[in-house]
Design a protein around this ligand. Sequence first.
Ligand code: NAD
Length: 724
Amino acid sequence: MRQPRVIMEVGDDGVAVITISNPPVNALALTIFDGLKEKYAEAMRRDDVKAVVLTGDAGKFSGGFDINVFERLHRTGDSSILPETSISVAVNVIEDGKKPTVSALQGLALGGGLELALASHARIAAPNTLLGLPELTLGVIPGSGGTQRLPRLIGLPKALELMLFSKPITSEEGNDLGLVDAVVPSNELLKASRQWALDIIERRKPWIRSLHRIDKLGSLPEVVDIIKTARQQANQSFINVPQHQACLDVIEEGIIHGGYHGILKESKVFKDLIFTDASKGLVHAFFSQRATSKVPNVSDIGLKPRKILKVAIIGGGLMGSGIATALILSDIYVILKEINSEYLLKGIKAIEGNVRGLVSRKRLAKVKAEKALLMVKGTLDYSDFKDVDMVIEAVVEHIPLKQKIFADIEKACPPHCILASNTSTIDLNVIGEKTKSQDRIIGAHFFSPAHVMPLLEIVRTEKTSAQVILDLMNVGKIIKKVPVVVGNCTGFAVNRAFFPYSQSAHLLLHLGVDIFRIDQLISNFGLPFGPFQLQDVAGYGVAVATTKIFHTSFSDRTFQSPLVGLLLKNGRNGKNNGKGYYIYEKGSKPKPDPSVLPMIEESRRTINIMPGGKPISVTDEEIIQMILFPVVNEACRVLDEGVVVRASDLDTASILGMSFPSYRGGIIFWADTIGADIIYKSLQKWSGLYGNFFRPSRYLEERATRGIPLSAPAATSPAAKARL
Ligand code: NAD
């Protein structure tokens, strides 16, 4: 791999072009800052240099500060490796340099990359360049003056939107806002930037130091008001993390006391934030997601993904229509098969609804939407299956039906066609039992709503070929999902690890804990819904079906709550029919429904598990632990059986499939912050008090007694080896 470097070329026109080169995105590695200082010193010294154009190699300006440095800081705790660049590079070298700098932006200018550009005296960009300050997604704030210069260039409200919500914009939008001075065709970028730099020297264009500008900031009372509102919004949208409020503090400091004060505070706060749990969790989540694309014996054996141009989907219900939507939005042709024309029409209408919904929420251009809708064709038989590259079956969770469909498609499709199922629980070997095509059978497990949720769990059996796995991973990436390859077992990785989530909530409820207290605590912890509200949203039928399946496979540790059956008997089915644990009214937050309380009492009486007939007394922290430690326990079994390639895959899957808070790093990372020993001892205590549901797994016990983190690689058992 080529070393990161900074190159300088001086033209006859007296402009030095300084280029950041660190493929693939010109990340700002530590040596890049040294290189910049060195080249700038030379440029300032040389008499034949009048001005500087700063740019990036190979069509990209810079993707920002090198995130590997954060990882090193977290691992070592050694803050001395972090260079001070805000004053020494952005202010002293670029902004206060005695010769002007124009940044020539193309491809992307993100994070620290954009901050260097903000410190330049003008910015010229190629069309469609992505500009943004996404630092808050890594638990920190912009650290090279971004919090000070961005509001000064584009005004406070827009700057807050870009930073607090980590929302990137294009160079065209940047031009309208004043972030970019001109957008020019890519092939003219360098020429136009050089000319702009010379124009500054010749005083034909202004020499602007953005840190000194105040014209776009508004009056002090206005600023105070905007920041106050932003604080309230951030408080609601971003719980349990410090960086949003810290970012607002720093911006406020700079506006009230001046840009340079702001820069000093920004540097200090940036360094403090790096070592917070939130930053550690978010950086871990970032690297975990990146690692999922490396699958031993699949991605590293020289295979190339085959083209998947046409996909048939069987079943146009909730999942089938969502999957079809995701495919057509990425230009993959879809054949949708249903059992009759009424259901087919319903499926097509659902796809239309999904696509038009994106348009009305301004997430998709109308032209693109119309084009996508031309990519789907409905059918009631298999005649259109003769040239499809992949089938995704998404019919109801019924074994004989799925077996029959797989036997049929084996005959109807070409021999190269991938035969995938969206089953959420059924063993894929069982589904493919009546075929001879085991090597091309695979699970394509999407999460609902399939066109929105980012996770694609790819389930391989012992017989699925590496080529088929790679092809599906590639399709996943094309349709903008994060594919995570897992092994075949009941519930696969995510549903398997999280099946105790709602069961422990029901167990606690029957031990006398208040239902709404449980939900409130879990959402305070950071999951979007508590376990009972989640059941309301999914519908109680799902809870009945999945409990049955998990009870069959893991009867030693399932808690069968009589409550759901009781609710269904009383005509309640959650949010779907407006009768759940909560009252759902349009435009307002769900409210606890007191009318479920008598049913809860009846359910408690039926199984009568409260010790001495009295509700147990538990702290808020214990409630969270009693719900999430059983999940960690099952996740340990998932690791032990080698269902995932690495522990961090389960972190990614828990974040993207279950919305586990990313700032906690994922289920295993979070568990390791608590410690295997504490989790083990707690589960052991509860299993003594409340039964086998809490019994610690062998893996957890071993890790706890030997003092090894749960995330450390598992000693692969023969079963795990066979699976992967
Ligand atoms: P659904 O009931 O909404 O849709 C199933 C559709 O399949 C129906 O429209 C039905 O008419 C159609 N169908 C049945 N037999 C067919 C056949 N022979 N040919 C063509 N179409 C046929 O079900 P769903 O919620 O979309 O679930 C589908 C699958 O996805 C199940 O295996 C389920 O376990 C899995 N899944 C569901 C979710 C979820 O949240 N609902 C999440 C992940 C996976």
